[in-house]
Unconditional design. Structure first.
Lengths: 259, 222
């Protein structure tokens, strides 16, 4: 269970203070796939980065199984981070390491013996279907393959939580779909809790059981994904749905005109 | 061409190589430490210490702005304390090292800065500590840039070693001045120039080769 309570954060900029998060409250249950959707600048990235404290919140609490992450010292934080995997929009793989060694990285950090590392990495390679690419370097992979390595690396240490920071936003629709499939699959197989932020409605619709909508640093509605879609209350979600359904309504006629 | 030419040149070359190598080992080591410290203490980096960064940066700039030939003279007392004398090849290594280290620090600092923040952030997210980030992420990722920086550094060490010849340090620069300039031995003068050119070419070739083979391994396509 992850409980975020009264989380706030401001940034100081040359033009004054900007509120990134305002009194955010969220409850995410174990094994869930929880989506946070919002437009650019809504604060979703700040929110997810507070969970492993890549950003330091100004106030509020983030409890993971009753352990408050926000008060941990450096060493304890690093220990906790080993159980929170993260994947990124830009993948952030190490160019100096092969696929195998990239996935081994978090295990090396954790000082796992070499033999166990080998066993674990091969296990995970199989899970993400990249066994034949294990000696390749990241530059030799496609975007989708890179994100698979990113996912494998995030899972290597058997984390309880996987944070996804716009993991599919740099991928084409087909690859996005295969990555979403993979995330769904690992959620089922490994019972891992997935928290993701996105600006793609399809990601939410396809993957997330529960969703929160964020607007100007505030959670303005949250709940079961289906219910939100049936009865969107917030401006943001309405806009998202309108854009998509607008396309759907328009496209057959447009195609007709072209023909 | 006189009969003693080969003998004179080979002695000078040996002295130059000796000075360059010892200076290179010490100044690369110190410059690397300073470069890493400068890179990671900068704003928003993994070990932010703005004051330390500023002080160190200013010190590096001060030493860098003194020309090598003046540095050799200014540092005579320091050299005497460390080596016991301020004359000869070994003694010259002291001012050479002090002169070149700040330059190398800047070279390494900028090489280490080429590593994208996202990679460092990913390592943070995996629970890596500062040491692990430096030695498992920043240094390996910057390796091609580090090798190129080291090449630049070696070439400038060869340059200042030749300049140090003006103060009787020995080596090829010394030959060029004593034989070429003072005794009109044009053959020695040209000999030293050719040897220094060859030395620089060889270092550049080696550096390029190593950097390129690292990149080839990392970025080759099947």
């Amino acid at each position: 269970m992850i409980t975020i309570s009264n989380l706030s954060k401001e940034y100081n900029t040359p033009y004054g203070k900007i509120t990134a998060l305002k009194n955010v409250n969220l409850k995410i249950s174990r094994g869930d796939i929880y989506g946070i959707i919002g437009f650019s600048g809504a604060g979703k990235s700040t929110l997810i980065r507070c969970i492993n404290r890549l950003e330091e919140p100004d106030s509020g609490k983030i409890e993971i199984d009753n352990l408050d992450i926000t008060v941990l010292d450096k060493n304890k934080l690093n220990e906790s981070r080993k159980k929170i995997g993260m994947i990124f929009q830009q993948f952030n793989l190490l160019d100096s390491r092969t696929v195998f060694d990239n996935i081994a990285f978090p295990l090396e950090i954790d000082k796992v013996p070499q033999r166990e590392i080998k066993k674990r990495v091969e296990e995970i390679l199989e899970l993400v279907e990249l066994t034949d690419k294990k000696d390749a370097y990241p530059s030799q992979l496609s975007g989708g393959q890179k994100q698979r390595v990113g996912i494998a690396r995030a899972l290597a240490n058997k984390p309880d939580i996987l944070l996804s920071d716009e993991a599919t936003s740099a991928l084409d629709p087909l690859t996005t779909f295969s990555i979403l499939e993979l995330l769904k699959d690992i959620n089922k197989k490994l019972k891992i809790t997935i928290i993701l932020i996105t600006h793609e409605l399809d990601v939410i619709r396809y993957l997330c059981r529960n969703t929160a909508v964020i607007e100007q640093g505030e959670i303005i509605e949250s709940g079961k994904t289906e219910e939100l879609f049936l009865n969107p209350k917030s401006e943001t979600l309405r806009k998202f749905i309108e854009i998509i359904s607008g396309f759907e309504r328009k496209s057959p006629r447009d195609i007709g005109e072209v023909i | 061409m006189s009969e003693d030419l080969i003998e004179i040149l080979s002695k000078g070359l040996a002295q130059t190589i000796y000075m360059v190598l010892v200076t290179a080992v010490i100044s690369n080591f110190l410059g690397f430490l300073l470069g890493i410290t400068m890179a990671i203490t900068d704003k928003g980096h993994i070990w932010q210490h703005l004051k330390a960064n500023k002080i160190l940066g200013t010190m590096i700039n001060i030493v860098r702005s003194v020309p090598e030939i003046i540095l050799i003279v200014v540092l005579i007392p320091v050299t005497r304390i460390i080596i016991g004398t301020s004359l000869g090849t070994t003694a010259t290594i002291v001012p050479l090292t002090i002169g070149v280290t700040p330059y190398l620090a800047r070279v390494y600092e900028s090489a280490l800065r080429t590593v994208e923040r996202g990679k460092i952030e990913a390592a943070h997210a995996m629970g890596a500590n500062e040491w692990q980030i430096v030695f498992k992420v920043i240094v390996p990722e910057a390796l091609p840039a580090i090798v190129r920086g080291m090449t630049l550094g070696m070439i400038s060490i060869i340059g200042v070693t030749a300049v140090a010849g003006a103060t009787g340090a020995g080596g090829l620069g010394d030959l060029a001045i004593r034989y070429g300039y003072q005794r009109y031995r044009t053959d020695v003068l040209f000999g030293t120039v050719i040897l220094i050119i060859l030395l620089v070419q060889w270092v550049q070739f080696l550096g390029d080769f190593i950097a390129r083979s690292i990149n080839k391994k990392r970025y080759k396509f099947e």
